[in-house]
Ligand binder design. Sequence first.
Ligand code: FE2
Length: 428
Amino acid sequence: MDLILRGATLPDGRTGIDIAIKGGKIAALEAGIGAGAAREIDVSGRLVTPPFIDAHFHMDATLTYGYPRYNESGTLLEGIELWHDLKPSLSHDWYIERALEYCDWAVGRGLLAIRSHVDTTDPTLGAVAALVEVREQVKDYIDLQLVAFPQDGYLRSPIGVENLAKALDMGVDVVGGIPHFERTMDEGAESVRQLCAVAAERGLRIDMHCDESDDPHSRHIETLAAETIRLGLEGRVTGSHLSSMHSMDNYYVSKLIPLMIEADIQVIANPTANMLLMGRHDTYPKRRGMTRVKELMAAGLNVSFGQDSVMDPWGSLNTGDVLDAAHMAVHAGHLSGRDEIIACFRAVTENPARAMGLEGYGLEIGCNADLVVLQAADPVEAVRLRPVRLYVMRRGNIIAESAPEEAKLTLPGRPGSTDFTRQTRPPE
Ligand code: FE2
């Protein structure tokens, strides 16, 4: 064996597990593996998880916060306007420099797979060319999946159709869309039909920005699900955002969710982003704008979370830590049951692995030895603390390491330090 991690706690609750790694794969996974590895690390009581995954991101826009100005209204539409003004000044080198800097942050957070949308409505396709290059540069440590995203509208932009095809020809992995931004509801539905046809013809997955709107009548997810079934694309199609479901009539939703199940639609919510962007036309009460995560999870749909924005025209905050999205989802979606918090942890780990079709992901013998050791005892504590990633491993090699967090205390009669951890499970 090359390496053994001793005494891990796994996300499914098993404790005291040794994980043996050989040739970049998990070779054994059980309590009490015998000695015989080049290196051993004691991870007793620490949660060891497969890597974090950001199911929905915009790497072309990341780390541009403040250029050419700040988004003062905080709305989605001002963000799109700002991005439009910024695009002509984005050089190839700046796309690459920001993306690589962000990928460094990601590795430090144990975030080793990212699905990034990339704007295809820039006449130069500069973002596509740069991110295809970045995907190659980071492939040894991050699985970067790219989605052809017609930001200015597939039909509404005069170059929308042509450039999306060009982006796919350049090697972009997934077909995107933005039906709620087309000129009319009819054109939105038509864009869904045309984009599904493109994906079916090329044998690609689909991930559309779908109904990122407070308008309860924005129902493009219905067309997306119906087209998925008609074309036999079940399980390969993602609805991202689905914000309008938050505002929809309950009776309509009672018909919509079974249709989504029939189509095996992959759901991606963006809790931090949509809490910030949605409900901006409301006085009080203000809608939250996160899709119905609780109901979609309860119905058995595969729900993942993404950050959407890290320091870009749409969002000034976020950190590269997808546990922030899980933490926000717990609050915004009333997902406070213990099993629900654990489900939110899965929404930034194993669920997006399924949505993205990642191979070799997981904690089974034969899976890639891509592992993250957290300064936390279990998934609930991980969501609460968003803790330090003590070790991040890719194919069995340690690619990031951080010292445990600890505050030194100088309080009379109290311990000399605290590390903020406290196992949420009662002692047995
Ligand atoms: Fe997005």
